[in-house]
Design a protein around this ligand. Structure first.
Ligand SMILES: NC(=O)c1ccc[n+]([C@@H]2O[C@H](COP(=O)([O-])OP(=O)(O)OC[C@H]3O[C@@H](n4cnc5c(N)ncnc54)[C@H](OP(=O)(O)O)[C@@H]3O)[C@@H](O)[C@H]2O)c1
Length: 317
């Protein structure tokens, strides 16, 4: 089968096309004939070496955590999935591999069937970024109707799902992005939008119940000023200063700081699919690349300018 693999730690220049044997599923796994995948920043962060002490990679290493395709082979007898089912999954950072003609996914893992109306490319963009948005806003942020939420990085892969989820929740949503994306983020459902390049404060002091910082940009004094007493700040990156704050903060204020790693939850993925079925959640596609052009797709992600999701079309034949 065709794969794209990193030959060692480094830039996307180290991604090369190669032939590899099809993997064999273990007893609690299925093999997926891949139709599509997507690019998330973690794909290149795992391979540029910055996460090597947390998630070491052995090379050659096939990237890709989001996968959509057909179940091609099941490992065990009693499986809730059969050959020919169209499924999507979030693979784990320790065992990615969606940038290939075939890959393995754990059962149950985060494997779900793809609704017939959803295209492969739409589905490919959903698992990692959609789950991060859902878990950041709903599970950690406990967002409720009538609350005010600030979403920083509202036009990115995670942020564009977060804006749509905030809208469905019935919260008042302020989205932060650059000028070029202001109208688009409003169309997604933000009640107000702020261009971060102007330096303008995104809201009045102590006006937000929740800040979801998808791009980990806000400084401590801005967070303290913008959050209500008892408000929650959720960050998508673990930074030592943030971890320290999450411990110290409860000693002198009711504001809470949280960071998290996305969890491949089937329940949460099904929640996202319910929103899709209701017409209230959509994957917006920034760009589509063929598997052979994966290095270009990783560079697009590294630019930090993606509007929605970068998706990868895979022809396993
Ligand atoms: N903890 C976890 O489990 C987890 C899960 C998913 C993602 N993440 C992390 O979360 C981050 C975002 O992921 P993503 O997939 O959303 O990335 P992404 O799609 O690459 O984000 C691109 C977006 O970031 C926006 N942006 C760049 N600089 C900004 C700034 N200063 N203020 C506001 N927006 C800014 C850009 O908007 P403009 O073009 O308008 O500037 C662009 O739309 C990454 O660092 C990723 O590693 C963590």
């Amino acid at each position: 089968m065709k794969v794209m693999h990193y030959q060692g730690y480094g830039s996307p220049d180290r991604l090369v096309e190669a032939e590899a044997p099809q993997p064999s599923p273990g007893a609690a796994q299925v093999r997926i004939r891949v139709n599509a995948s997507s690019v998330n920043p973690i794909d290149w962060k795992l391979h540029d070496g910055q996460l090597r002490w947390i998630v070491p990679r052995r090379f050659p290493a096939v990237p890709g955590l989001d996968v959509v395709g057909m179940v091609d082979k099941t490992g065990g007898a009693a499986m809730p999935f059969a050959e020919g089912d169209r499924v999507m999954s979030l693979l784990t950072p320790a065992r990615p591999g969606a940038a290939a003609g075939y890959c393995l996914a754990d059962v149950p893992g985060s494997l779900v069937k793809v609704p017939a109306a959803m295209s492969d490319l739409e589905a490919a963009g959903l698992p990692l970024a959609g789950l991060t948005a859902w878990q950041g806003l709903i599970r950690l942020g406990r967002l409720q109707a009538g609350q005010r939420v600030l979403i920083v990085g509202a036009s990115g892969g995670v942020g564009h799902f977060a804006v749509q989820i905030a809208r469905v929740t019935g919260a008042f949503c302020v989205g932060v992005c650059s000028q070029a994306n202001l109208d688009w983020v409003k169309q997604l459902g933000a009640d107000a939008v702020v261009d971060y390049t102007t330096g303008q404060a995104p809201g009045d002091p102590h006006s937000f119940d929740l800040i979801f910082d998808c791009v980990s940009r806000l400084g401590h004094s801005d967070i303290q000023t913008l959050l209500k007493p008892g408000g929650i700040y959720v960050d998508t990156l673990f930074k030592p200063a943030l971890m320290l704050r999450s411990l110290i903060q409860p000693l002198y204020t009711r504001q809470r700081y949280k960071a998290f790693l996305v969890n491949g939850s089937v329940d949460d993925l099904n929640q996202l699919l319910r929103l899709y079925a209701a017409g209230t959640l959509k994957t917006h596609i920034d760009s589509v690349y063929d598997l052979a052009d994966l290095a270009e797709a990783h560079r697009r992600s590294q630019s930090g300018r993606a509007r929605g999701k970068i998706v990868i079309r895979v022809d396993a034949a």
